[in-house]
Design a protein around this ligand. Sequence first.
Ligand code: PNS
Length: 166
Amino acid sequence: MSKRIAVYPGSFDPMHNGHLDIIERCRPLFDEVVVAVLRNEGKKPLFSVEERIEAIREMVGPDVRVESFSGLLVDFMDQVGARAVVRGLRAVSDFEYEFQMALMNRRLNPRVETVFMMPREDYIYLSSRLVKEVFSLGGNLTGLVPEPVLARLRRRLRPQDPVVPA
Ligand code: PNS
């Protein structure tokens, strides 16, 4: 039987505990999980793709692959032999965007299925944009952001620095 490989794609600028929770939840369901960081210079990220990949690798351990991709997600999935896309669904507000992407990806490649997973309740309001904003305004992120990301935020942003839009 072929390996069940899932891709967990996103911007992850930066990764927070809600993302890590989804990774932990999908690991037992698949033989391999590939975290795929989108290369999208147009988004003006706070962290480079390389910085994000380095931080994610520190957090997820060696049995989760972490790669970057550009172009279509379905093409990247073909390259790594994955059929499942994993996406976290936090609230009804996420639904429309996720529904559109899932159906477009299925249209582009009918073998691709999107698996939605709900994060722990504590994280349903968490987003990378809010992490950057709260940090830059001196707010407390304890329990919301893993230490490797906090360390990088401290190096990159001082409280009161303006936030780079997500
Ligand atoms: O965490 P994000 O920024 O919401 O992730 C969005 C992502 C990376 C999953 C999405 O933008 C994507 O898959 N981009 C790749 C380009 C693509 O395949 N577009 C068509 C999919 S509908």
